[in-house]
Design a protein around this ligand. Sequence first.
Ligand code: AMP
Ligand code: MG
Length: 411
Amino acid sequence: MISVRAALDTVLASVARVGPEQISIAQACGRVLARALVANRTVPPFDNCAMDGFAVRAADVAAATPTAPVRLRLLETVPAGSLASHAVVPGTAVQVMTGSAVPAGADAVVRVEDTQVGDGWVAVFRAPRPGEHIRRAGEDLRDGEVVWPAGRLLRPADIGVLASLGMPSITVFRRPRVSVLATGNELVSLGEPIEGRKIANSNAYALAAAVREAGGEACLLGIVPDDLESSLRPFEAALECSDVVLSTGGVSMGNFDLVRQVLARLGVQELFWKVRQKPGKPLSFGTRGRTLVFALPGNPVSALVCFYLYVRPALLSVSGAKQIFSPVVEGEAEEPIEGSEGLTDFVRCQLRVHAGRFSLRSSGSQSSGVLRSLSLADALAILPESCAQVEAGTAIRALWLAAPPVQEPPF
Ligand code: AMP
Ligand code: MG
């Protein structure tokens, strides 16, 4: 048995990144940038006005006050998107809108609120600083500058930045293909009756959802019986078409736990089996060529916890992402939390936030068959091997799974 850290290091050291593809920026949110993005133009492309008002020469109105306004001759009105036909010369002003190009000769904008317009003139009641309410060309992005390095997970504002550069498409890493196989004679597919001593194949659906959430393309390959010969073909099919293979069940000490044998027969090199952790101890991990193979335990909680601990960072790394880990938060245990001696425990917990500080308590039964307590958990409290119990009031680290419920509006 190896430690959780050694298991994670082994997994990450085995990662081979997928190749790039070109996609529309409309599809790019949540995808990983495959090349550093270099700005191909300046944004904004020209000096423009940040307020509706009047473009002036600051020196002309330096003495303006509410009681002693300065009158300027009004040359014209420029809507955003148009160019002024006059330059602002001493004693004059051009009416501008937010986004209008700053007319030649002007070096400040006075807000409409600080003026009064008459027929062919404008009175200015406040002296602007030179440059006031002017957005300079290149203030956002400069031509040739590196906006982001490769490996960035693209977010909505990033899509806006790409569009502001006029880029219709972008090179991202393709989504990793992840095959999911469930093993077990007791399993039935969704849609079939759950009768006798059968149970639903819940793992495949939970894992496929987790794969998609992590940016992978999930491919459900169905249920494989606990039988070596009939397992070979579906496992081979999975290995052939995937960047990552996930199986569940058949990997612990039972008489029908044959997955490791199947994988060995198909040329998968096992790098570890069994991790000093709870839940998820029987995890097996190996590779065949560039394909990562996770034989996850069958218990629904064990399978998903192993996903969060090992598969998710691996999948993000295969996707080319630089940021592959979930945050760890520290909070106070609201009650004693039980672990086990010699194993790293991942305890399903609810997080509560008060005054910006976290506290944790168990989200329910910690049995590895009870999936509901994982669905209610916001975090997995981490009890290291040397720690078998945490007293109430102790600070404890926890792996973030989901945002905790919040009752109050933020402002
Ligand atoms: P195993 O690791 O195959 O011994 O399975 C451990 C436990 O997980 C057993 O109770 C199985 O019935 C259950 N189990 C295995 N595979 C699945 C699955 N795909 N969906 C739900 N439960 C499963
Ligand atoms: Mg089984």
